[in-house]
Ligand binder design. Structure first.
Ligand code: SAM
Ligand code: ZN
Length: 371
């Protein structure tokens, strides 16, 4: 470990020692996974938003179950005002670096573990649990539910977009227990709702209900925060928000329902539809939390988009995909169609719109602007 070449950087209020990227660059390319301890600057936005969420909830204890360099836990202590941080990583090199970074930032109250995350979550209790693993968070959902006690908050990161978006159907069934055989036009939202669906089901096994308070997609990951409350009725209420979504491959119509039998044939053209699910059909955001987040730059941009779409109906139309299905000469501007449909922009897709209007009306609007 002492042989690892490091550099000093600043992120938020934290000063950090991280592996020198130059030492782990191959053929001019650098992947954070190639260095002995993981630090990805592209995840700063994920951490900025997580720090702001933790500041609003102000939990007494955070379990940073996948600490790597310790950057998250350190930022929760320095910027969110969290009193006690439990750091953990299965990798010994990471644990050594966490210790070094904790000293560097004079974190007053903490514990550090070198354990497999599920084993740690079985024995440690936290109010806010941060699940930020490589790839899918699925293997850690149930233990995180046990760790929160009667009430809590859990943040999940998923970087396995391919199964969640419908590009790896078998992996989606294995990891999330959901059918997702085709990449639908609104695959980003399908993906995040399949992830939340899995969270709701695993919470229910522990007799807990979930309330998603902030859910977003950015670049190469999904991030979801859920409030958790104990009780069989809470669990049942969450499960009632599960269902399916389908898209017609021929005309682009989409529909969601708690009963997949409602989704077999397209209401517009009678064609067979591609069905995905089970997935979460309930709310993705808590509007009042979004109002309380104080952020800057890129993070503020995405949160302001989430504020604007917090009350929009589930699932969006991709103007790119609809225009090509309709064989139009061009794609209309998102702003024209949002205005025409009294609809909403969505952070999931710059060419996406959400609306309460019927599919026919959406098509009418599109044809008004482009032929
Ligand atoms: C994506 S990185 C975490 C990044 C960190 N949270 C951040 O924001 O920079 C995942 C980390 O989890 C650790 N890890 C992988 N599998 C684990 C497991 N089953 N239990 C505990 N730690 C694990 C890896 O060693 C790695 O440091
Ligand atoms: Zn159709």
């Amino acid at each position: 470990m002492s042989l690892m070449k490091k550099i000093e950087i600043k992120e938020g209020k934290a000063v950090l020692h991280i592996p020198d990227p130059k030492e782990y660059t191959v053929d001019g390319k650098f992947d954070p996974a190639w260095s002995p301890v993981f630090y990805n600057p592209r995840m700063k936005l994920n951490r900025d938003i997580s720090v702001a969420v933790a500041k609003v909830f102000s939990p007494k204890t955070v379990i940073d179950a996948f600490s790597a360099s310790g950057v998250r836990g350190i930022r929760y202590a320095l910027e969110s005002g969290v009193g006690h941080i439990i750091f953990n990583d299965v990798d010994k090199n990471a644990v050594d670096l966490i210790k070094e970074n904790i000293e560097l930032n004079s974190i007053p109250s903490y514990e550090i573990y070198n354990m497999e995350a599920n084993a740690l979550l079985d024995v440690k209790r936290g109010v806010f649990i941060d699940i930020d693993p490589f790839g899918s968070p699925s293997p850690f959902i149930q233990a995180s539910m046990r760790s929160t006690g009667r009430r809590g908050l859990i943040g999940f990161t998923a970087t396995d977009l391919s199964p969640l978006e419908g590009s790896s159907p078998k992996a989606c069934m294995r990891k999330y227990g959901a059918t997702n055989k085709r990449k639908l036009s609104f695959s980003k939202e399908v993906g995040i709702r399949i992830l939340i669906g899995r969270i709701a089901k695993d919470a229910a096994v522990e007799e807990k209900g979930i309330f998603p308070v902030l859910s977003f997609y950015h670049g190469h990951f999904f991030r979801v925060f859920v409030r958790v409350e104990e009780g069989a009725t809470k669990a049942d209420n969450s499960l009632e928000k599960m269902g399916f979504v389908a898209e017609c491959e021929r005309c682009g119509y989409h529909k969601f329902s708690s009963d997949p039998c409602d989704l077999r044939r397209c209401d517009y053209c009678g064609c067979e539809m591609n069905v995905a699910g089970p997935l979460w059909l309930g709310q993705l955001q808590d509007k009042s939390l979004l109002q309380q987040l104080h952020l800057e730059g890129e993070a503020e941009k995405i949160v302001s988009k989430m504020r604007a779409e917090a009350t929009a109906p589930p699932f969006y139309y991709s103007l790119d995909k609809l225009s090509s299905r309709l064989r139009l000469s061009a794609v209309p501007s998102t702003s024209d169609i949002v205005e025409c449909t009294s609809g909403f922009y969505t952070h999931f897709d710059p060419k996406g719109i959400k609306t309460d209007l019927s599919f026919e009306k959406v098509i009418e609007c599109i044809k008004k602007f482009v032929r």
